[in-house]
Design a protein around this ligand. Structure first.
Ligand SMILES: *Cc1c(COP(=O)(O)O)cnc(C)c1O
Length: 409
C-alpha cells in the first residue's frame, strides 16, 4: 500500500500567479478593447548577447562531430567553468577553490534541494516576504506544522519580517534557529543587505552553529560599490554560509538554465566534521543529478569572459534604466517606492489602507497595469505590490504613462 508524503497537503494553495492570471483574464474579457500592460513578471525579456551566443553556438557545433562530441560531464560542472567562477569571485576580493562550486541547472532547484543535507529537526528562519521555494521545500520535508490561515504563517517556522523600519532587511532572530534563508538583493522587495547587516547574520550563525543559505541571484544588479556582492565578503562566512547563484537574471539564462551553489570546505554545523557538508552536497549531486547541460555551461563560460561580462552588464543596465523610469513615474503620482536602485524590483506601498490585492485591482482597473501583490510572498508583504523592471522599454514606458495618466486619488 503506497501512501503519499502528507506534508504536501500542508502547502498553502500556491494561488498567487494563477490568481493574477485569472483576474487579468476577467478584466480583459470585460474590456476587450483595453491594452493591458505587464509590470509583474520576474522573467528576463531581452535577447542573449553576441559573445554568449558565440559560446553556445561553438558548443552546439562541437557536438556535431565525433572528434569533439562529449556526453555526460562531471556532475559538479565542467572544470573550466568552475575555475572561471572562482575567478569571478576574486574580483570581489573573495578567494574560493574551484571545487567549492557546484554547477547546476539553476538556483531554484538548488534552493529547494539544499535543505536535504540538514536534519529534519532543524528550526528554519526565513526572511519575510520571500521567494516561495525556501518555505515550500522545508514544508514538504516536514520541518513545519500546518499553515495558519489567520497569520499566513506555518507553525514552526521563524519569520523575519522586512519592514519600512528595518529597510526590508530583518534583524537576526531573537531566538535560536538552525537554518536561515536570506536573499540579497531581495526578490520581492529590492532591498540589499549592507556589510554590517550580513556581518550580524554571520556572527549569529557562528554563535549558534547555524547555517545561512544565501541567495545571491541578483548580485549583478548592485551598482552601489559599498554593498556586498557575496556573503563571503564577510569574514567568517565560509564557516557558516552556503551561497546559491544563477545565470538567469545575470545573463538572461532563465530559459537556457544554469546556476551554481558554493559549499565551502570550512562550512560546518553542530554535529558535522569540517568538510563533511561539502562532501555531503557532493554526494547528493553525484547521486541525484547528472550535471548541467554542456551547451549551457559553454554559454556560462562565455558570460564570465571579459567581453561576456561587459555585454551582460549592458543588458542589466537596460533593465535598471527601466527601474529608474518606473520609480520616477510612480513617485511623480505620490506613491511610496522602495528598492529598484540595486535590484530589478520595486516595492510599492499601497496607498491608504489598501491591501496588496486591492491595490493590484486598482492598478488593473484604473490603469490596465498588472503587478504582483506583495502578500503572495509572505505575510509581511501585505500592503505592498512588487513591480518588476524586466520588460521591453516601450512596454515599461506605456505602463508607467498609463499609471501617471489614470491612477485615481
Ligand atoms: C529568479 C530567481 C532565482 C533564479 O532561479 P533559476 O532556477 O536559476 O532560474 C533564484 N532566486 C531568486 C530569488 C530568484 O528571483
Amino acid at each position: 500500500m503506497a501512501t503519499i508524503n502528507t506534508h504536501y497537503r500542508k502547502l498553502s494553495a500556491g494561488y498567487l500567479f494563477p490568481e493574477i492570471a485569472r483576474r487579468a483574464k476577467i478584466y480583459q474579457t470585460q474590456h476587450p478593447e483595453a491594452q493591458v500592460h505587464k509590470l509583474g513578471i520576474g522573467n528576463t525579456t531581452e535577447a542573449l548577447t553576441p559573445e554568449i551566443l558565440k559560446g553556445l553556438h561553438a558548443k552546439v557545433d562541437a557536438l556535431a562531430s565525433v572528434e569533439t562530441y562529449t556526453g555526460y560531464g562531471d556532475e559538479q560542472g565542467d572544470t573550466p567553468l568552475r575555475e572561471a567562477l572562482a575567478g569571478y569571485y576574486r574580483q570581489f576580493g573573495v578567494s574560493l577553490e574551484s571545487n567549492e562550486f557546484f554547477v547546476s541547472d539553476g538556483a531554484k532547484a538548488d534552493a529547494a534541494n539544499i535543505q536535504s543535507i540538514f536534519g529534519e529537526e532543524n528550526v528554519v528562519a526565513i526572511q519575510d516576504p520571500a521567494y516561495p521555494v525556501y518555505v515550500d521545500s522545508n514544508v514538504v520535508s516536514g520541518r513545519t506544522g500546518t499553515f495558519n490561515e489567520k497569520t499566513g504563517q506555518y507553525d514552526g517556522f521563524v519569520y523575519l519580517p522586512g519592514t519600512v523600519e528595518n529597510n526590508f532587511f530583518p534583524e537576526v532572530p531573537a531566538s535560536k534557529v538552525d537554518l536561515l534563508y536570506i536573499c540579497s538583493p531581495n526578490n520581492p522587495t529590492g532591498a540589499v543587505a549592507t556589510h554590517e547587516q550580513l556581518a550580524a547574520y554571520v556572527a549569529y550563525a557562528r554563535e549558534h552553529k547555524a547555517v545561512i543559505i544565501f541567495d545571491a541571484a541578483y548580485t549583478e544588479y548592485i551598482s552601489d560599490p559599498t554593498l556586498p556582492r557575496t556573503i563571503y565578503e564577510i569574514e567568517g562566512a565560509k564557516e557558516c554560509a552556503i551561497e546559491i547563484n544563477s545565470f538567469s537574471k545575470f545573463a538572461g539564462f532563465t530559459g537556457v538554465r544554469l546556476g551554481w551553489t558554493i559549499v565551502p570546505h570550512q562550512l560546518r554545523c553542530e554535529n558535522s566534521e569540517e568538510g563533511e557538508l561539502h562532501s555531503m552536497w557532493n554526494r547528493r549531486q553525484v547521486t541525484f543529478f547528472n550535471g548541467a547541460s554542456n551547451i549551457s555551461q559553454a554559454g556560462g563560460l562565455a558570460v564570465l569572459s571579459d567581453q561576456g561580462l561587459t555585454e551582460c552588464r549592458n543588458v542589466i543596465a537596460y533593465y535598471m534604466e527601466n527601474a529608474r523610469i518606473i520609480r520616477e513615474g510612480l513617485k511623480s503620482v505620490g506613491l511610496t517606492v522602495y528598492g529598484g536602485d540595486n535590484a530589478p524590483y520595486l516595492w510599492v506601498k499601497s496607498p491608504g489602507d489598501l491591501t496588496s490585492w486591492q491595490f493590484f485591482d486598482k492598478l488593473l482597473h484604473e490603469c490596465q497595469v498588472i503587478t504582483t501583490p506583495g502578500s503572495g510572498f509572505g505575510p509581511a508583504g501585505e500592503g505592498f505590490i512588487r513591480v518588476s523592471a524586466f520588460g521591453h522599454r516601450e512596454n515599461v514606458e506605456k505602463a508607467v504613462r498609463s499609471i501617471i495618466d489614470n491612477l485615481q486619488h
